[in-house]
Design a protein around this ligand. Structure first.
Ligand code: NAP
Ligand code: ZN
Ligand code: ZN
Length: 370
């Protein structure tokens, strides 16, 4: 069967023939891969700075943002049947029995760093026609999400961040007046940094959670990203035309910053203006060295204003469930905006161009099967 793979030693990306998998244990399911999203991580892997083939292979099949259809199930499979749509989990537990996180299926918090990741680290990914995998790592999605379900995995990044925000803000022994249980952010202001898929999906999740949401990013309106932001009810502010100080004046007390841009210079500048009792969530992975301003002043503000700064990576089962629930809400509230997050769909023959970043837009998806 066909697959898109990188060969790190020879520094090449190829459409290859890869052995077809078969069910070998009762709890496994066989998936026909339908779509795989391309993200910054894939593009980074294609510069050969990281990305590790599984033991015994000289290549790594790419792809981790996947949507598959169950075509066959092992005799012990309980929850899934042929025809079901599923999102597979990316990260898999380490083998260290002392790892408390992996022992309770929270490999997104793995202590050892010895976890594996499909399409990234020591496990072949999903840019291929069929995959066999254990039922426990599958997240079923309703058929009506077929066209956008490939956005679930990138949405889990924001969902995990939000789950942690709620847990951390339990330090505050009051609730926002008039905030309904399903809109705990009502009356609060969130600033999202960046306007890529991680930030845009995060903005949608913040709005659904009730936050008055501002997106602060580089593109200067008129721009499709700014229009998308406005169409979901958030406010777009360009960092090119509005200084951090002026952005803060416009927003007022910032209760939450959700960073999804990657570099650290702008986030640290914004951190200097974090509001009282506020929280700052980092998801970006800087790919280049930027100056940091972890200064004494910043420290004294963090302390004096009871602020929380945290980083978050990957996602657990609770975030996958929240992502599927919210994607449903997004498609009902903003059908056009959600569809427009997928800027183009390309064939496997054109996947290399997508991985090398030759398509613009927000999110490119590789179609494996119709
Ligand atoms: N924590 C995790 O588990 C996890 C998972 C996946 C991804 N990530 C990370 O999340 C980050 C965002 O991912 P993505 O796929 O959404 O990336 P992306 O498509 O590259 O989007 C980055 C956004 O940030 C904006 N930006 C970049 N530099 C800027 C600057 N100096 N000032 C203002 N805006 C700036 C870009 O503006 P333009 O629109 O003008 O280009 C773009 O909108 C990446 O660092 C990625 O590695 C983390
Ligand atoms: Zn990704
Ligand atoms: Zn572990």
């Amino acid at each position: 069967m066909r697959a898109i793979a990188i060969f790190p030693k020879e520094k090449s990306i190829k459409l290859i023939e890869h052995e077809a998998p078969h069910i070998t244990s009762p709890t496994q399911v066989k998936l026909r891969m339908l779509e795989v999203g391309v993200c910054g991580t894939d593009k980074e892997i294609c510069t050969f700075r990281f990305g590790a083939p599984p033991p015994g292979y000289n290549y790594l099949v790419l792809g981790h943002e996947a949507l598959g259809e169950v075509v066959e199930v092992g005799t012990g499979v309980q929850r899934l049947k042929p025809g079901d749509l599923v999102i597979p989990t990316v990260r898999r537990p380490c083998s260290d029995s002392n790892c408390r996180a992996c022992a309770v299926a929270r490999q997104d918090f793995c202590f050892t760093g010895e976890y594996t990741e499909y399409g990234i680290k020591s496990q072949h990914g999903y840019m291929t026609e069929f995959v066999v995998d254990d039922e426990q790592f599958m997240h079923p999605v309703p058929q009506e999400l077929r066209n956008v379900a490939v956005l679930t995995e990138p949405l889990t990044i924001a969902e995990k961040a939000l789950l942690q925000v709620w847990a951390m803000q339990q330090r505050l022994p009051w609730q926002m007046p008039d905030a309904p249980a399903d809109q705990p952010g009502k009356g609060l202001k969130a600033v999202v940094l960046g306007a890529g898929p991680i930030s845009l999906l995060g903005s949608m999740a913040l709005i659904v959670a009730g936050f008055d949401t501002y997106v602060y990013s580089r593109s200067v309106p008129p721009h499709p990203k700014a229009e998308l932001v406005q169409s979901i009810g958030a406010t777009y502010i360009s960092s090119k035309t509005t200084s951090v100080e002026d952005m803060v004046k416009q927003v007022g007390n910032i209760d939450l910053v959700y960073e999804g841009l990657g570099g650290s210079t702008l986030p640290f500048e914004v951190m200097n203006h974090l509001g009282r009792n506020a929280i700052f969530a980092f998801t970006g992975v800087p790919t280049f060295t930027t100056s940091t301003q972890a200064t004494d002043q910043l420290m004294s503000r963090l302390v004096g204003k009871n602020q929380v700064v945290f980083g978050t990576v990957n996602a657990g089962n609770d975030a996958f469930a929240a992502a599927i629930r919210d994607l449903h809400i997004f498609t009902q509230r903003w059908p056009a905006a959600v569809r427009s997050l997928i800027s183009q769909r390309v064939s496997m023959e054109n996947a290399q161009d997508a991985l090398l970043g030759k398509y613009g837009g927000i999110k490119t998806v590789v179609t494996i099967a119709e």
